[in-house]
Design a protein around this ligand. Structure first.
Ligand code: ATP
Ligand code: MN
Length: 392
């Protein structure tokens, strides 16, 4: 059964229908063989009722003991009810707690001082916030000013999220594809695994390219890029694993050992073999940051993915599935020699209703460089900032 949003339910088109919803327990009240849940999914909040005898005894008990901010999935019938906030409720027939909150949620209804709430900001954002709602293809998303780790905190509040913001990187090397300041498109999605985020990426890139082909023929004609090259950019993109890529370029030719990240030189060897963007998945743990989820079927590699543009351009996006279990994340932080204290807030996100989630970052100037067949990324931005250039 397809998952629907709370917003759709509150619109009334699903009255008397059975629905599948998922989200976080915003609130809970129990009494007399009935549990009232307030479920938040990022699009809205809806009351869900569990009646003893109407649901499995085990499910009733599971929800009886579930703490606020646990992540949950429910199936039930939509009924108009004037007493429920929003005028509708879901009478639950089936459900499960996905990740129970491991502790009591620290932000209660009682008054908290501003300093406390600022320290707990990553959790406080789950209370009702004011954000700009925008249309994202046929879905909706929210604008924010943050990057991945913060985006991960916000998905429990608003659901799918993206930002387009400057990123700053102290890149020491002079390459054709590194700026010190670039426009970074980042997206993060709850209830989304590696395969799901790959599909989002290929749809986004295909949409960008198709729109340019449609609307910018004159501009594209100024570059050597042929429209036929771009017309080939349609989902699904080809996928190779890191292992396959490593074999394709050959150890002796590429100068890297298994486990090393692919740099500009290696990507160049690989991407000349392709005539459209493709994905490299399952990079070794050692080549990726600590938050990448190890592959359950081979923990030496991660559920990560980079999208590489053809003809030598190389990496244009990087991302993948994030670790969702508290203990697993803590172990990775320790393994990397990082201080768990600095990541306390990030670990907290796994304490309170963690869900499967994934995201990616796309370098806007990298995409422009490839689409326009530029020799150097500095020509993809009006005022390039490079290791040796900060003027004008
Ligand atoms: P690279 O290996 O090429 O340095 P990265 O692995 O550091 O990239 P990520 O941290 O995954 O890149 O960042 C996400 C995306 O941001 C990249 O896929 C790329 O498109 C873009 N990007 C990263 N660094 C730069 C940079 N210095 N200049 C322009 N774009 C960049
Ligand atoms: Mn880099």
């Amino acid at each position: 059964m397809q998952v629907v949003t709370v917003k759709e339910i509150l619109h009334g088109t699903l009255d008397a229908k059975q629905v599948h919803v998922r989200g976080w327990l915003q609130n809970k009240r129990t009494g007399g063989g009935i549990i009232f849940l307030q479920l938040r999914d990022g699009s809205g909040v809806i009351q869900c009722t569990l009646r003893k005898g109407k649901v499995d005894e085990k499910i009733f008990e599971e929800f009886q003991s579930a703490r606020i901010e646990s992540s949950v999935e429910l199936r039930g019938d939509v009924r108009p009810d004037p007493r429920a906030p929003g005028g509708r409720e879901i009478q639950v027939v089936d459900g499960r707690v996905v990740h129970p909150a491991l502790e009591e949620f620290p932000i209660a209804k009682q008054f908290h001082g501003p300093e406390f709430l600022l320290d707990k900001r990553h959790l406080f954002v789950r209370s009702d916030t004011t954000l700009f709602e925008v249309k994202y293809f046929d879905q909706k998303a929210y604008l924010t000013q943050s990057w991945q780790l913060y985006a991960e905190a916000l998905i429990a509040s608003v659901g799918n999220i993206y930002t387009v913001a400057p990123s700053f990187r102290a890149e020491k090397s002079r390459t054709r594809r590194h700026l010190t300041e670039y426009w970074h498109v980042e997206a993060e999605a709850p209830w989304c695994d590696l395969n799901c985020i790959i599909e989002v990426e290929e749809q986004l890139l295909s949409h960008i390219v198709a729109t340019l082909v449609e609307e910018c023929k004159t501009e594209l004609a100024m570059f050597e890029r042929k429209l036929e090259d771009l017309e080939k950019v349609k989902p699904p993109f080809e996928r190779v694993t890191y292992d396959q890529a490593f074999k394709m370029i050959g150890e002796e030719k590429s100068g890297i050992k298994w486990g090393d990240d692919l740099g500009y030189e290696q990507e160049k060897l690989l991407t000349v073999k392709f005539d459209r963007p493709f994905f490299v998945t399952h990079y070794p743990k050692k080549a990726k940051a600590f938050y990448h989820m190890p592959d359950p079927s081979n923990p030496d590699v991660t559920l990560s993915v980079d999208c590489l543009a053809p003809e030598g351009y190389g990496e244009i996006t990087g991302g993948g599935q994030r670790i969702e279990e508290y203990d697993a994340l803590l172990a990775r932080i320790r393994e990397e020699g990082l201080d768990p204290k600095s990541y306390e807030w990030y670990l907290d996100l796994r304490k309170f209703g963690s869900v499967t989630h994934s995201g990616f970052g796309l370098g806007l100037e990298r995409v422009v460089s490839w689409v326009c067949k530029l020799d150097h990324i500095r020509d993809a931005i009006a005022f390039p900032r490079l290791i040796n250039r900060i003027y004008p």
